[in-house]
Design a protein around this ligand. Structure first.
Ligand code: ATP
Length: 378
């Protein structure tokens, strides 16, 4: 039974703080960083509210780790407007004195120390008396369900258990912010999913701010209060998971969030959020989702998720559907569903079919509702 192992006095999450927005616990203003002339972060501004689970999402090399290293103090930014933790400028504060700790993908544990000694280590360095640091380390291990492994050696643990030790070690100083750099990246899928749930429970229980790095859109959608999607050192889009999933602002964001079909076209009309786009010889209707209102004639992207498409010999005639003639293409069996790619005169289109017995051998039409058709920046 857990006995409130780690608590912070000001742990009330921002979400419950009433109408007045809470002061950000983290502010990174206009941060730019480069390595040997290669720009890794390009004028990035990030804020996090107390108790927020903020995910930095992006492909390899997009600048996620660099951002985290600037926050933790492991990297000194080339240029920065301000870096504040809890409202205090920490630009010149060394890493070990900042009120944040990091969990790394490779655990970064001391192999020659026991589990307990690893968790206590930071407290020992800060001169915390032995009895107190034992108690705090045991409490942290209890939180990650490793209370019985205090005297174990690191090499006697599984990958998942090592990651829990790393988590306990990062939690034990009771930082205001926990930075997690792809913490589940080395775990197998089943364990990763279990650990996602556990991490979320711990975060909610402690009311701690988590800044979480991942390249997995599924992980970001599952865990976050808010997602920042990075692209080549810049922020492409930020918002709650539902907004990024349903309303990607760009073809990049759409593809990253799993929109299988994206086409390039020319904007013909935009009115009341409803767009008409010329793609090849076809006129498609959809809802505008881009950053700002473009001019007629601008190049835009049109996206539709595979599961929102329908196939068959006869399409609906109502004008609120996009309908294209199509030819049969290949199909890939995915277990729970079938992904079928049909040919059309604008591009091959991937259609997800959940009921494999309903597959038509020779579909001649593919169609989708205009509300399922996202029109956005190229
Ligand atoms: N120590 C370094 N020396 C030189 N270049 C670096 C260094 N660290 C990062 N970079 C470069 O900076 C850019 C951003 O790297 P960063 O590690 O921040 O990206 P990332 O999104 O965390 O990638 P990944 O998911 O692969 O860890 C990349 O082009 C990378 O090659």
């Amino acid at each position: 039974m857990l006995t409130d192992p780690i608590t912070r006095p000001s742990s009330a999450p921002a979400r419950d703080a009433g109408t007045k927005p809470a002061q950000p616990i983290l502010e990174v203003i206009d941060a730019t960083h480069a390595y040997d002339g290669v720009v890794a972060l390009d004028n990035v501004t990030v804020r996090a509210a107390p108790g927020e689970f903020l995910t930095i999402l992006g492909e390899s090399g997009s600048g996620k780790t660099t951002l985290l290293r600037l926050i933790s103090g492991l990297e000194k930014p080339y240029r920065i407007g301000a870096l504040r933790l809890g409202g205090v400028d920490v630009s010149e504060v060394p890493a070990f004195q900042r009120d944040c700790t990091t969990v790394f993908q490779n655990y970064a544990l001391f192999p020659h120390l026991t589990v307990g000694e690893n968790v206590e280590y930071g407290l020992k360095m800060r001169g915390v008396p032995v009895a107190e640091r034992r108690t705090r380390a045991r409490n942290a291990l209890e939180l990650v369900q490793l209370a019985d492994k205090y005297d174990r050696r690191i090499h006697q643990l599984s990958g998942g258990q090592r990651q829990r030790v790393a988590l306990a070690r990062a939690l034990v100083p009771q930082p205001a912010i926990l930075l997690l750099d792809e913490p589940l990246g080395a775990l197998d899928e089943k364990l990763r999913v279990d650990m996602q749930v556990e991490l979320l429970e711990i975060q909610k229980r402690l009311g701690m701010t988590f800044i979480y790095i991942t390249h997995s859109q599924e992980e970001a959608l599952t865990m976050s209060d808010r997602i920042i999607l990075m692209r080549k050192g810049k922020i492409d889009q930020e918002g709650p998971p539902t907004a990024i999933f349903d309303r990607p602002v760009s073809a990049f964001a759409a593809r990253f969030m799993g929109v299988e079909n994206c086409f390039e076209g020319e904007l013909i009309e935009l009115s009341g959020g409803q767009a008409q786009v010329q793609v090849g010889e076809r006129r498609l209707r959809g809802r505008w989702s881009g950053r700002s209102i473009p001019k007629v004639g601008a190049k835009v992207a049109v996206g539709v998720r595979a599961e929102r498409l329908h196939l068959g010999p006869v399409a609906p005639t109502a004008p609120d559907h996009n309908v294209l003639p199509c030819g049969a293409g290949g199909a890939i069996y995915k277990g729970k569903y079938l992904d079928r790619t049909v040919t059309t005169d604008i591009a091959p289109i991937k259609v997800r079919i959940w009921n494999a017995s309903a597959v038509t051998d020779q579909p001649s039409r593919v169609w989708w509702h205009k509300d399922d058709c996202i029109v956005m920046d190229l």
